[in-house]
Write a protein that binds this ligand. Structure first.
Ligand SMILES: [Zn+2]
Length: 484
């Protein structure tokens, strides 16, 4: 019979509340507690989530609150579930509500090469003891990837309690596990605290279960208007973004995003780790409130941009004037103005359309994606030969896919499209490459030399001039512009 159940503390793990109950209710051995509380008395108490309660325990646990409140405020669900798709999120939530063990399937796993332990902040421990007469396990300290307490600006510490599916079933009362005296290591480095504060604020914000905005699309929309995105909003300048991202977080003790493709996967909604998303959002200066209430513009940027060209054109402006006003090349403006820039691809596809063949393509799409990324990187990073265009057909050939395959492989195709650039931009890239080659070979820099190397005509050269700044510093751009 359950005779005693303590009140829950702010941000306390449900597991921690149960552990306090176990010790304070005076159960002589753990198994009696387990019999009272869990339908399966041999079950290992879940540290991050919830076990199946007996009906008596369920009544006691929810006496002062609701099961929803417990899941949202006293389990790690908001950490694992916030940035996954609406469908997966509600599947996991339903499983938790039903207290079934199968919530793990829809939630992303966070890989860690070392054992994970319950963690604590030594100064929070002191503060808890002053305020409540005992300490407890905080959710805030269990976020994988965050190693500091943002309230006290000190490093978190591992306790002896291992978080493992193999641990024996028992409840660890925090007050008994934490040392009475502990040394505190304060943090010198600001970025560590700034990030921890941001992540914690997102974690503590209410979670909108109905939000169906995918975080990659949201973050892309927040990049429009920055130097990391083309004016039309279609192309992401991932190399530049990656470089700046890495250097911004250089001093962070743990940054799991090292590679460009990892960032790219966040944008394509193939990566939804809580801390990684927060790192990218914080880097893009997205306020916490915006990240927890994600909205994307009703009309995508390329449509806005194209409509602006049409509007100016209808007002009587000629394409060269529009190009000048919008800082674009004449050719691009004319192509867009004539409606030949390709179809918009933002409209939602039905994710449920299926059948065996459809699934095969989905699998192929996933399998080929890393190969496609590698092939693109080979082209992009090849400094020895003349820059060439990244095209669907070219990449299909490169990775050994039959022509036209990518029509059915949206992820691979999107990846290629991300790197496709207008012809004028490619010319600019070629010119800069040629100039660097000429200079490194100590040959005289003149138009004839460039023309011989690139096979470009004078009008191509003129058209590429607005794009030169993307590939060269201002001194070199000046030098090139003066050539012809
Ligand atoms: Zn603290």
């Amino acid at each position: 019979m359950i005779t005693y159940f303590p009140e829950i503390y702010p941000d306390e793990l449900l597991y921690s509340q149960l552990a306090r109950c176990y010790v304070k209710a005076g159960y002589p051995v753990y198994i009696y507690m387990a019999e009272d509380f869990f339908q399966d008395k041999k079950v290992r108490p879940d540290i991050e989530f919830i076990n199946t309660f007996t009906s008596a325990a369920f009544r006691v646990v929810t006496r002062e609150t609701t099961i929803n409140e417990i899941i949202m405020k006293h389990t790690m669900f908001p950490y694992y579930g916030r940035f996954i798709s609406k469908e997966r999120r509600s599947k996991a939530y339903q499983a938790l509500m039903g207290m079934k063990g199968n919530y793990n399937n829809p939630l992303p796993k966070v890989k860690s090469c070392q054992d994970r332990f319950l963690r604590y902040c030594p100064l929070c421990v002191t503060a808890d003891r002053d305020k409540f007469g005992e300490t407890y396990w905080h959710r805030n300290h269990q976020i994988i990837g965050i190693n500091v307490c943002p309230i006290h600006r000190c490093y978190l510490k591992n306790s002896e309690v291992v978080i493992s599916a193999k641990a024996s079933p028992i409840l660890h009362y925090a007050e008994e596990v934490m040392p009475q005296k502990d040394n505190v290591e304060m943090i010198e480095n600001d970025i560590e605290c700034v990030v921890a504060e941001y992540v914690m604020a997102v974690f503590q914000s209410d979670l909108d279960m109905d939000s169906d905005i995918e975080v990659g699309n949201f973050l892309h929309s927040r990049m429009i208007g920055t130097k990391y995105c083309s004016a039309r909003g279609r192309k992401r300048y991932m190399e530049l973004l990656h470089e700046d991202f890495i250097s911004y977080y250089e001093k962070l003790s743990e940054n799991r995003i090292k590679e460009l493709w990892q960032l790219q996967k966040i944008f394509t909604n193939d990566r939804s780790n809580f801390v990684e998303v927060c790192l990218l959002a914080h880097f893009l200066k997205v306020p916490v409130d915006d990240l927890v209430n994600m909205k994307v513009p009703d009309v995508p940027q390329d449509e806005v941009f194209d409509a602006e060209i049409k509007r100016l054109h209808e007002k009587g402006l000629k394409y060269p004037e529009i190009a000048k006003r919008l800082g674009m090349s004449y050719d691009s403006v004319k192509t867009i103005g004539n409606g030949r820039y390709g179809k918009y691809k933002h409209r939602k596809e039905n994710p449920k359309k299926g059948g065996v063949r459809e699934r095969d393509w989905t699998k192929l799409d996933d399998e080929y994606l890393p190969l496609v990324q590698k092939a693109i990187q080979r082209i992009e990073n090849d400094e020895m030969s003349m820059p060439k265009k990244v095209t669907v057909i070219g990449i299909e050939r490169d990775v050994g896919l039959p022509e036209g395959s990518m029509k059915k492989m949206p992820k691979c195709k999107a990846e290629v499209k991300n790197y496709s650039i207008p012809q004028e931009q490619l010319w600019a890239k070629k010119v800069v490459w040629a100039v660097q080659k000429i200079l490194s070979e100590r040959q005289p820099l003149n138009w004839k030399h460039i023309r011989n190397l690139t096979n470009m005509r004078n009008e191509n050269f003129q058209a590429c001039k607005p794009y030169l700044e993307m590939y060269a510093d201002s001194d070199m751009v000046e030098k090139i512009r003066e050539l012809l």
